[in-house]
Design a binder for this molecule. Structure first.
Ligand code: PLP
Length: 504
């Protein structure tokens, strides 16, 4: 019999291993401790949601960073209650509260409670959703969700997709598929042309740069009076570029622009893309799920003819941040761009393509995002989603009419749930006035609005998409704007001074 090896300290390996197991045991709490942690977390979530309506939507709190950093990561331990309290004061309160119905800026997100529970279950079970071999159910669930979205878009069988982390990555993945289909190689990039508009989301330009396509030419197509891509100008631009010996390969259309919510004329654009053999990508990150409404099907006509499309469930399905969907009509292009085999994956390699997310995106191991989409859709059914989307459209139209009635200059009647407007003062610079007005709204904090520049004009926006935004939120917003104008007009010297100060 051989002697057991002992360490320097004379401890034998088995007792050393058991000692380490005990030291690591807090990482795997028992049932009572789990209940205690859960009760504290649930208690916090409950208080947060109960207090939310009376909290500010926006607070410019400069203390956030030092507060977060005041707890150091090291050997120390802290109670769950204290940590959640720190979370609330340093994270939940400062900046924008995206779960608040008063969030009416940019494109608001959601935060459905059912999705939060799905994330909890996905994390506790830690299901693997990258490869079918490891997670046949999770992969099938993600594919079911994607097939449902493909059906909504009107894509035929053979479409493939991926649940990415958001719209930006989803758009990037679509462009990879487009590049693959065009057979675009590095030396061809400088002569290749992408067609887009000044209202396309900036993540498209970023994706091109990140993908090493920064040298590709981007031909900006003019917009019509409602800020939609002009199909006649697109046809002319492609003809001109072909004449100059260039290579048109990609058209980017928007179905719901971030700035004003405009839907490009997809059918006429698809006619051109088809005739020219150019990939048509539709960025419907914001607008896509409005296609669930019968009343809006016509506005999206032609999206089924696109080659790829992006929809953001963390916008139009009111989910918490962290999921954007890309769909490719001929899924083969998505697979060709991403599928790989590795020796250490040999057990998982299938004879036939099994529709694993790892073969359709740059990710391998990833969060099981399918569950956070699947659970609320199955729990609630589609009807409340449709009602919520329709309510948001109605609220945007109501706001547009009411703000016009209060003497504001307004943009086009909202096609979706974004409206633009500004106050034109009797004297002085209108851009400065509206800059001061938005700062007034931010200082107030009860609702959050954002602004944009449209053809050099400082323009205020309202974007209604948070599921907790209701009629009283819009009435409050109207009052805040009306009071803001009255106050700024009564004390012009004050806001001019503040504006100067914020510029200095
Ligand atoms: C929000 C948005 C994006 C970017 O999506 P993220 O989920 O924020 O990454 C892209 N395009 C449009 C039209 C958007 O509204």
């Amino acid at each position: 019999m051989t002697a057991r090896a002992t360490g320097d300290d004379g401890e034998d390996p088995r007792s050393r291993i058991k000692r380490l197991e005990r030291a690591a045991s807090p990482l795997d709490p028992g049932p009572e401790e789990r209940d205690r942690l859960m009760a504290a977390t649930h208690g916090y979530a409950r208080r947060f949601l109960e207090e939310l309506p009376s909290r500010l939507t926006y607070g410019a709190d400069k203390r956030a960073a030092p507060l977060v950093r005041s707890l150091e990561i090291g050997e120390g331990t802290h109670g769950i209650e204290a940590l959640l309290e720190r979370y609330d004061e340093s994270v939940a309160r400062p900046g924008i509260a995206p779960a608040h119905g008063g969030h009416l800026g940019y494109i608001p997100g959601g935060g459905l409670y059912a999705s939060a529970l799905a994330d909890y279950v996905a994390a506790v079970t830690n299901e693997y959703a990258g490869v079918r071999f490891a997670g046949p159910g999770s992969v099938e669930m993600e594919n079911q969700v994607l097939d449902w979205m493909a059906g909504l878009v009107g894509y035929p069988g053979g479409a493939e997709g991926n649940l990415a982390s958001g719209g930006s990555i989803a758009n990037l993945i679509a462009i990879v598929a487009a590049r693959e289909a065009a057979g675009l190689e590095a030396r061809g990039v400088p002569d290749a042309v992408v067609y887009s508009t000044s209202h396309a989301h900036h993540c498209i330009a970023r994706a091109l740069r990140v993908l090493g396509l920064g040298e590709t030419r981007v031909h900006e197509i003019p917009l019509d009076e409602r800020f939609r891509l002009r199909a006649d100008a697109l046809a002319a631009a492609i003809a001109e570029d072909r004449g100059a010996g260039l290579r048109p390969w990609l058209v980017i259309a928007s179905a719901g622009t971030t700035d004003v919510g405009a839907i490009d004329p997809l059918d006429p654009i698809a006619d051109i893309a088809e005739a020219e053999g150019v990939w048509l990508h539709v960025d419907a990150a914001y607008g896509g799920f409005f296609a669930l409404l019968e009343s809006h099907r016509a506005a999206f006509a032609g999206m089924e003819r696109s080659h790829s499309i992006v929809l953001d469930p963390h916008k139009g399905l009111f989910l918490p941040y962290g999921v954007g969907a890309v769909l490719v009509r001929e899924g083969e292009w998505l697979r060709r761009a991403h599928a790989y085999h590795a020796h250490y994956m040999q057990d998982a390699v299938a004879e036939e393509f099994e529709r694993s997310p790892a073969d359709l995106s740059p990710e391998l191991t990833k969060h099981f995002r399918g569950l956070r989409v699947w659970l609320p859709l199955l729990l609630h059914g589609l009807e409340p989603f449709r009602a919520c989307l329709e309510e948001k459209l109605e609220l945007a139209r109501y706001f547009h009419a009411e703000i016009a009635a209060r003497g504001f200059e307004v943009g086009p009647t909202p096609e979706l749930s974004v409206a633009t407007y500004r106050w034109v003062p009797d004297s002085g610079d209108a851009n400065d006035f509206n800059r001061a007005l938005i700062e007034h709204v931010h200082r107030d904090g009860r609702v959050f609005l954002s602004s944009t520049m449209i053809d050099g004009v400082f323009t205020l926006r309202i974007a209604v998409l948070a599921f907790r935004t209701h009629l009283d939120t819009i009435d409050l917003t109207l009052r805040i704007l009306e009071d803001g104008v009255a106050e700024l007009e009564a004390h012009p010297e004050r806001w001019r001074r503040d504006l100067e100060a914020s510029r200095a």
